[in-house]
Design a protein around this ligand. Structure first.
Ligand code: PEP
Ligand code: MN
Length: 494
């Protein structure tokens, strides 16, 4: 336990003991040993001089949207590569991911009958935690690949290069620039026809189920266009937010800025304030929990991580008294916390109090990733404890990271059935516990890779070599990801 449980800073309460660099006083997991500190300083200076990649106004737009998710009024779709390479900063790779996330979101809107908030694991997902600092490649021991922000995947590029921190910024900015440009140019314009190619679905029952969904979406869009429902131009584009794991704190610190809050910043918290009206600023309606009251903070500025809208802490770096949580507790951005089989309930509650002492609704997304075989045993107690604590979180299921396995020839993969099994279980368990699943977190790519087994293309362990392209964890390909969205949508309707 550290000394921060009460002196929390988030929401600009008491920032006297927090600064963008206070994480440096704490023990750290996944540390980086730079050989040349002077070069790191040069990169840090450069990063601190560069403009924000995202703005407080955008960050608060996402925070408001996540508050809606936390209250069951919207659903969250988050997805992208496990390890984003600088090389993926390329028009085709970016476009295919935007299109896939858009199509999946339409399917989920159909399923849940509510808006979908879209967050890409993209434009900054360059740092990877590793279970071992070294690995064997062709019989030789080399440092592990830690993501393009630190070293290269090729075995002869494994030395840490501090200049990569600056390269990460430019690749992130260029990626988001193209995302913004494509969205502004109509890539997500629902007036345009979409390619729903279902030719790979051999099972007649599944084909019928998926076709019904696609036809229903097409019909709805046609109807809206016909009746002129698009007076506000809402069919022309969508919001797409960015996210990555806040792992490399030198980078995150350098892009953390004290900035003015946007004028429309208002949060809903569990703190009772007699003067405040008991009406949600988010909805204009009565709050779900009568103990909740909206509050605004007296201060007019706060610390924003300007490298992405949403940051999460990984399963390996979420110790309450360590550096990563120390960093995250001071920023205004919405946060994710990975919750796995080794997360104890006391730790989980302590983490929530540390990063969200004012219990702001939807500030924290709990990203559960227990594995299909463990979710029944572990999720109910976490749901009960969080409810009891008075925190209102977004419950998101990451059905990828607890379901990784190796084939007999040593290839890391995940089976589509196990992925869907954990998701279906999470949906069911939340319902049984009087809660609801707020979203999904997926590793996916818009490309036709063969990294996960199963799905309607029926990939087997023996097929994985055909197009196994990931540099870290296996991703759902375009067809598997869309199929998962169909199945989730079907379950949401049930
Ligand atoms: C990831 O999301 O790529 C990851 C490493 O997940 P986790 O921290 O849950 O293992
Ligand atoms: Mn991963």
């Amino acid at each position: 336990m550290n000394g921060h449980a009460n002196g929390a800073t988030n929401g600009d309460v008491d920032s006297s003991d927090w600064s963008p660099s206070s994480w440096r006083t704490k023990p750290i997991k996944q540390p980086v040993l730079y050989e040349n500190e002077a070069k790191v300083d040069q990169s840090r200076l450069k990063l601190r001089h560069l403009p924000p990649i995202v703005t407080p106004t955008e960050i608060w737009k996402l925070r408001r949207a996540l508050a809606e998710v936390a209250q069951g009024k919207a659903f969250l779709l988050q997805g992208g590569d496990c390890a984003e390479l600088f090389d993926y900063c390329n028009d085709n790779a970016i476009e295919s991911k935007i299109k896939l996330l858009l199509q999946m979101s339409l399917v989920l809107i159909w399923g849940g009958n509510k808006p979908v908030v879209r967050i890409a694991r993209m434009a900054g997902q360059y740092a990877k935690p590793r279970s071992s600092p070294v690995e064997m490649v062709d019989g030789k021991q080399v440092p592990s690949f830690r993501g393009d922000i630190l070293n290269g995947y090729q075995p002869d590029q494994r030395d840490i290069d501090p200049q990569r921190l600056v390269q990460a910024y430019f690749h992130s900015a260029a990626t988001l620039n193209y995302v913004r440009a494509q969205l502004a140019s109509g890539i997500a314009d629902l007036h345009n026809p979409m390619d729903w190619n279902l030719g790979h679905v051999a099972d007649p029952g599944l084909l019928e189920k998926y076709s019904t969904i696609v036809n229903s979406i097409r019909e709805s869009l046609r109807f809206m266009r016909t009746v002129g429902a698009d007076t506000a131009g809402q069919l022309e584009t969508v919001d797409l937010f960015t996210s990555h794991e806040a792992l490399l704190l030198e980078y995150e610190e350098a892009l953390t800025r004290k900035l003015r809050h946007p004028s429309n910043r208002t949060t809903t918290t569990t703190k009772t304030s007699p003067a405040a009206p008991k009406v949600s600023p988010l909805t204009g309606g009565a709050l779900l929990n009568p103990a909740l009251t909206p509050t605004t903070s007296p201060s007019n500025s706060g610390y924003y991580n300007t490298s992405a809208h949403f940051l999460w802490v990984g399963d390996r770096t979420r110790q309450p008294d360590h550096a990563h949580i120390e960093y995250l507790r001071g920023i205004e951005n919405p946060l994710g916390i990975k919750v796995g089989p080794t997360t104890t309930t006391p730790d989980l509650l302590q983490l929530l109090d540390l990063v969200n002492p004012r219990k702001e609704i939807g500030k924290v997304t709990l990203i559960t990733r227990y594995g299909a075989g463990k979710v029944d045993e572990l999720l109910p107690a976490h749901i009960a404890a969080v409810r009891e604590s008075g925190h209102t979180v977004v419950w998101q299921c990451d059905p990828m990271h607890g379901n990784t396995r190796s084939t007999s020839s040593g290839i890391k993969t995940r089976s589509f059935d196990a992925v869907f099994a954990e998701l279906a279980a999470a949906l069911r368990i939340h319902k049984e516990c009087g809660s609801f699943l707020g979203g999904v977190h997926l590793e996916l790519t818009g490309d036709a890779v063969t990294e996960c087994t199963g799905g309607s293309e029926g990939w087997r362990d023996e097929d994985l070599g055909l197009r196994y392209e990931t540099f870290c964890d296996p991703r759902l390909n375009e067809k598997q990801a869309l199929e998962l969205a169909f199945l989730v949508a079907d379950s949401l309707r049930a």
